[in-house]
Design a protein around this ligand. Structure first.
Ligand code: ADP
Ligand code: 5GP
Length: 195
């Protein structure tokens, strides 16, 4: 089933390695109308990551310039690098009345919640901290020191799960994709009447 819902903004948050990217890819396979917001970052590209596809890779000064120009909807420091959602990325999809999904860390998700009250926020949790460590190690994209930093940040992020209206534990992947799809297809609440 595709295209059954109103266009909206979906935010998928949670610690690094929990499976946010995997879940979003699976949801977008089922729902090709769902666009992906390509974030900006100052971290270096990993092997195989293309500029403008995985991320908009920016030098620090360029990130600053765009921040000062008001180009970001949200931005955060994460494990020594900066990440942010460009307004133009959201507009690219919402202009065509298409839904869009953001994959961002917790601080950025809070900022989107405050800036865009209609955004649907979903926190992805791991079945255990040991499973999170294993996934980061087995993904093989990060050096041990980077993994250690990410796990330290994850402790704080996991403590924030109750701030989010939807929490999905990504244990069995199929079940987690199903839970995410259910949220994606849920009709938005009626607008609150203005007085
Ligand atoms: P994130 O985008 O949150 O950093 P990824 O989507 O890159 O996380 O997933 C991290 C690793 O965990 C990947 O190697 C992925 O294949 C694996 N993974 C994702 N979901 C599951 C799951 N439900 N069970 C086991 N491994 C998973
Ligand atoms: P990675 O370096 O693994 O690609 O991403 C590190 C963390 O930054 C992940 O938790 C990811 O979700 C988050 N992230 C990616 N893009 C953005 C963004 O635009 N804004 C914020 N706040 N976080 C982001």
């Amino acid at each position: 089933m595709t295209g059954a819902r109103q266009p909206g903004i979906f935010v998928i948050t949670g610690p690094s390695g929990v499976g946010k990217g995997t879940l979003i890819a699976a949801l977008r396979e089922r729902h090709p109308e769902l666009g992906l917001s390509i974030s900006a970052t100052t971290r270096a590209p990993r092997a195989g990551e293309e500029d403008g596809v995985a991320y908009h890779f920016l030098a620090d000064a360029e990130f600053d310039r765009r921040l000062a120009a008001g180009d970001f909807v949200e931005h955060a420091n994460y494990a020594g690098h900066r990440y942010g959602t460009l307004r133009s990325e959201l507009e690219r999809h919402t202009r065509e009345r298409k839904p869009v999904v953001l994959e961002i860390e917790v601080e950025g998700a809070r900022q989107v919640r405050d800036a865009i009250p209609s955004a649907v926020l979903v926190f992805i949790a791991p079945p255990s901290q040991a499973a999170l460590r294993r996934r980061l190690e087995e993904r093989g994209t990060d050096a041990p020191a980077t993994i250690a930093k990410r796990l330290a940040v994850a402790e704080e992020e996991l403590a924030a799960r109750n701030e989010f209206p939807h929490v999905i534990v990504n244990d069995q992947l199929d079940a987690a994709v199903g839970a995410l799809e259910e949220i994606y297809l849920r009709p938005p609440p009626p607008p609150t009447p203005s007085r």
